[in-house]
Design a protein around this ligand. Structure first.
Ligand code: GLC
Ligand code: CA
Length: 583
């Protein structure tokens, strides 16, 4: 068995502080709100809390634009509030992972305020400045949030690079002083006693210093920077240095957000020798599963097809085995709600399909991440107009596709936003059925989903069949069964269009997991013990979202995880209680 580590055996819960709980009635979630709700998280049983950024920020991108890495965002509270939160989390046996956003800072960070002043400012080289090319941008790179990735500065007649909004200038990682600053601030937080970092867009730090133009799509002015900035030339050198200088000195966990990472690259970022990070988030199942064509980027959506998702997730399971640790997620603050996207959020199927998705993911190998509200089966938001949206990505995309290019109508764009926009995940946490879902006594910074009267934590805690208790059980299974953490993964039923099945194997046990992704009965012969005599039947059902089963059938959105004790193992035939089982 591979090396045991606490972060392999943990379940992580992501908190988006702005939308979690408001303790002082200003409509914005805050640190004291999180502290107040720790008993809820303890009850759920998660091990680690990942906080989306809580640092000082002008909030152009909700805290992913930091103006002071060593202070707390005024709206979220004070450093004393943070210290109390950290102490209370530790007192309850949980841990805290901080978001580390160091590909870029805010343009209001003192480094940038200095940097833009003059070409000979000591901070000039902290950012990426280039001369105009023929009176225009230095190259054609498109920002992730629409438009050019370069912004002109009158002060010096030069452009600076911003892969995200123009209020998020990219740091110049080529400059050793910048790297030193980053290592120092990381050390500062580690000394405070935090337990790890989620590293924002970690694979964008290193840029091809030739800054070549990217390929443009027909009719597009701007090109794709990814061949020159994603998994760039010096990224592994930088992370190994960071590891030597900081990470290796503490018992912390690290996960890198790495859109565009391949399995081969992931084996370097998350190699078992521990020389870089512990694991990365890939985006293949969230980016690739839905869209076949990309005329309007990520906004071209469709219902993801299970076989496509299965192919992607299975590939990651198989290729990382023994070579790198993986992470498991459906949801985060940049994605729409999992049950709406991958499952079925209509009243008949919401709870069942949310549990099915949870089973499908949580029984796989890797460290699972739960995003706030996912454990309630929270759904996408019926945004009716752009005024209700807060996300800079959605707002800029609307401006670009509807207002400027007139590629689609406003109503079509709103449909895209309702389906795929990031604000779906950012509506307030639904605590109870009181006004504003118990999130705030004031006016929430973003609308509460109107379904809070039914979908909320109070109702979930009162219902033994809720999605909440199902997650609680899945988390407990991971803690109680080594096979869930360390068992190897093997795909099953790869030809099925409706059932996602696999098995995990450890020593003389096999855990068979099968999930029906449709709203119809589907034939499934994976569980022969259903017909067997229960006195001699050595199989044990660990979890299912149905109380009773139909022999040979998986009911709509049915999910099951059954543990078999096996006495003989050959490639496809195992024997269980004297009977052959074919998987
Ligand atoms: C990451 C964050 C996202 C943010 C972006 C820029 O993708 O998850 O929320 O907008 O980086 O920091
Ligand atoms: Ca508040």
């Amino acid at each position: 068995m591979e090396e045991r580590k606490w972060w392999k055996e943990s379940v992580i819960y992501q908190i988006y502080p702005r939308s979690f709980a408001d303790s002082n009635g200003d409509g914005i979630g805050d640190l004291n709100g999180i502290t107040e709700h720790l008993p809820y998280l303890e009850k759920l049983g998660v091990d680690v809390l990942w906080l989306s950024p809580v640092y000082r920020s002008p909030n152009d991108d909700n805290g992913y634009d930091i103006s002071d890495y060593r202070s707390i965002m005024t709206e979220f509270g004070s450093m004393e509030d943070f210290d109390r939160l950290l102490a209370e989390v530790h007192a309850r046996g949980m841990k805290i992972v901080m978001d580390l956003v160091v590909n870029h800072t805010s343009d209001e960070h003192p480094w940038f305020i200095e940097s833009r002043k003059s070409k000979d400012n000591p901070y000039r080289n902290y950012y990426i400045w280039k001369d105009p090319r023929d009176g225009h941008e230095p190259n054609n790179w498109r920002s992730c949030f629409s438009g050019s990735a370069w912004e002109y500065c009158e002060e010096t007649g030069m452009y600076y690079l911003h892969l995200f909004s123009k209020k998020q200038p990219d740091l110049n990682w080529e400059n050793p002083q910048v790297r030193r600053e980053v290592y120092d601030l990381m050390t500062w937080w580690c000394e405070k006693g935090i337990d790890g970092f989620r590293m924002d867009v970690v694979n964008l730090f290193s840029k091809d210093q030739r800054f070549p133009d990217g390929i443009t799509l027909p009719g597009e002015k701007y090109g794709d920077f990814s061949p020159y900035a994603v998994n760039g030339p010096r990224i592994h050198e930088f992370l190994q240095e960071m590891n030597r200088e900081v990470l290796s000195k503490y018992d912390i966990m690290t996960v890198g957000e790495a859109g565009g990472v391949t399995t081969d690259e992931a084996k370097k970022y998350a190699a078992p020798d521990g020389s870089e990070l512990n694991m990365v988030f890939h985006f293949e199942h969230t980016d690739g599963a839905a869209a076949d064509q990309k005329v309007i980027g990520k906004w071209d959506h469709g219902k993801p097809r299970m076989p496509v998702i299965r192919r992607i997730l299975n590939k990651w399971q198989l290729q990382l085995e023994g070579k790198a640790w993986g992470s498991l997620y459906w949801d985060n603050h940049d994605q729409p709600r999992a049950v709406s996207r991958f499952g079925n959020d209509t009243p008949n199927w919401r709870v069942l399909s949310a549990k099915m998705l949870a089973t499908c993911l949580h029984m796989q190998k890797g460290t699972p991440y739960i995003y706030q509200g996912e454990e309630l089966g929270m759904t996408n938001m019926p945004f009716s107009s752009l005024e209700d949206c807060r996300d800079i990505e959605s707002i800029n995309a609307y401006r670009q596709y509807v207002t400027e290019k007139k590629l689609i109508s406003g109503e079509e764009m709103m449909e895209c936003i309702r389906t795929i926009g990031r604000d779906n995940a950012r509506t307030p946490m639904q605590w109870d059925s009181s006004e504003n879902a118990g999130f705030t006594t004031g006016t929430p910074w973003i609308m509460v989903n109107p379904n809070y009267t039914e979908i909320n934590a109070e109702a979930a805690l009162a219902d033994p069949d809720s999605v909440f208790y199902y997650y609680q059980k899945l988390i407990r299974l991971r803690h109680d069964h080594t096979i869930v953490v360390y068992g190897t993964f093997e795909p099953l039923l790869m030809e099925s269009d409706s059932i996602y099945a696999y098995r995990r194997i450890l020593d003389d046990h096999t855990l068979v997991v099968a999930c029906n992704w449709t709203d119809q009965d589907q034939p499934c012969a994976l569980f022969p013990e259903d017909d067997a005599d229960s006195r001699t039947n050595p199989a044990k059902e660990l979890i299912s979202n149905y109380a009773s089963h139909k022999a040979g059938i998986l009911q709509p959105y049915e999910a099951r995880a059954v543990l078999f004790h096996i006495s003989k193992q050959s490639p496809d035939t195992w024997s269980c209680a004297g009977r052959d089982i074919r998987f």
